[in-house]
Design a binder for this molecule. Structure first.
Ligand code: NAD
Length: 301
C-alpha cells in the first residue's frame, strides 16, 4: 500500500483516484470543488482541505488539472505563495497526468530536479470511460528510474504504459494524438451529417463505416450522433466526457508546438478553427458535440 496524494478530481481525476482506492492504496485527495471531494470521500479516500495537507506523508503525488497554468501554480506557486515542489520531501515521486504544453512540463521538471524530486509528465488517453475502467493509456516523459517507480502505480489506472522519452516527451506524443482525434471527430461528424441529410440512418451508416475504410476510434467507441451507441456522451446530452474547450486547448498546444518548431499542420489548423468556433457556444459540452455544428437537431435528441 502506498500513500498517494491526488489533486484534481474532475471528469478524469475522480475515477482515476477511485481506482487507486480500489487497489488498496491510501489516497488523500484535494479539489477546489467540495462536491468532488465528497464523492471521493464516499469511495474511501481522505479529503484534505489544502494541496499542502493532501501531500502530508505522501510517497507519490498525482495531479489531473485542466491546463498548464493550474499545474504551474500548484507545483511552482503563484503571487509569492510557495508551490508544492518547495515543500515536498526529497525523493517524492510527482506524476502530472494533465495535458499541458511540453515547455510547461519541462519547466516544472527543472524546478523539481532542483529540489531533488522525481517529476514525470504522464498525460493519458482513453477518455472518461477508460478512466473508470482502469484501462487508460499513460504516455510518460522523464527519467527511466522515475518511470520504473511510477509504472506499478500507473498500472492501477491504466493498461498501456509507454515511456515516450525525456521530460516533455509524454506531452508531445499526447498532443500529436489529440490533434489527430480532433481531426477524426470533426471528420466523422461531417460524414455522418452527409449521410443523414441524404436519408441514411446514422446507426446503419456507422455500422457500414465501422466495417469499411473510414473506421476510426470515434466510430468504435465514441460515436458523436445521439443514440447510435449506449454510454457515450452523445447519448446523454453531450455531458460527462472531454469538454470542447479542453479539445480546443490541446489543438492550440499542437499549433503552438508546430509554430515553435517550423512544422506545417493544415488539417490541425482546420480542426482548431472548427473547435474554436464550436467552443464559443458549447465550451463545456463534450467534444463530440461538434456534431451540432453540422446538424443542430442532435442537441434536442
Ligand atoms: P475537469 O475540468 O473535469 O477537472 C479538472 C478538476 O481540477 C476540476 O475538478 C477542478 O475543480 C480541479 N482544479 C482546478 N484547479 C485546481 C487546483 N488549483 N487545485 C485542485 N483542484 C483544481 O477536467 P478533466 O476532463 O478531468 O481533464 C483534466 C485533464 O485531463 C485536462 O488537462 C484534460 O485535457 C486531460 N484529459 C481529459 C480527458 C477527458 O476525456 N476528459 C482525456 C484525456 C486527458
Amino acid at each position: 500500500m502506498t500513500t498517494i496524494a491526488f489533486i484534481g478530481l474532475g471528469n478524469m481525476g475522480a475515477p482515476m483516484a477511485q481506482n487507486l482506492v480500489k487497489n488498496g492504496h491510501n489516497v488523500q485527495v484535494f479539489d477546489l470543488s467540495a462536491d468532488a471531494m465528497n464523492q471521493l470521500q464516499q469511495a474511501g479516500a481522505t479529503a484534505c482541505d489544502s494541496v499542502q495537507k493532501t501531500c502530508e506523508n505522501a510517497e507519490v503525488v498525482i495531479s489531473m488539472l485542466p491546463a498548464g497554468k493550474h499545474v504551474k501554480s500548484v507545483y511552482m506557486g503563484q503571487e509569492g505563495e510557495q508551490g508544492l515542489l518547495a515543500t515536498l520531501p526529497k525523493g517524492t515521486l510527482v506524476i502530472d497526468s494533465s495535458t499541458i504544453a511540453a515547455a510547461d512540463a519541462r519547466e516544472v521538471a527543472e524546478v523539481a530536479c532542483e529540489h531533488g524530486i522525481d517529476f514525470l509528465d504522464a498525460p493519458v488517453s482513453g477518455g472518461t470511460a477508460g478512466a473508470a475502467a482502469g484501462t487508460l493509456t499513460f504516455i510518460v516523459g522523464g527519467d527511466e528510474s522515475a518511470f520504473n517507480k511510477a509504472k506499478p502505480i500507473l498500472e492501477n489506472m491504466g493498461k498501456n504504459i509507454f515511456h515516450a522519452g525525456e521530460h516533455g516527451a509524454g506531452q508531445v506524443a499526447k498532443i500529436c494524438n489529440n490533434m489527430l482525434l480532433g481531426i477524426l471527430m470533426s471528420g466523422t461528424a461531417e460524414a455522418l451529417n452527409l449521410g443523414v441529410k441524404n436519408g441514411l440512418d446514422p446507426k446503419v451508416l456507422s455500422d457500414i463505416m465501422l466495417q469499411s475504410s473510414g473506421r476510426n476510434w470515434t466510430l468504435e467507441v465514441y460515436n458523436p450522433y445521439p443514440d447510435v451507441m449506449e454510454n457515450v456522451p452523445s447519448s446523454r446530452g453531450y455531458t460527462g466526457g472531454f469538454m470542447s474547450k479542453l479539445m480546443l486547448k490541446d489543438l492550440n498546444l499542437a499549433m503552438q508546438t508546430a509554430k515553435d518548431t517550423g512544422v506545417e499542420l493544415p488539417m490541425g489548423q482546420k480542426a482548431t478553427e472548427l473547435y474554436d468556433k464550436h467552443s464559443q457556444s458549447h465550451a463545456d459540452a463534450d467534444f463530440s458535440s461538434i456534431m451540432a455544428d453540422y446538424d443542430e437537431s442532435v442537441l434536442s435528441k
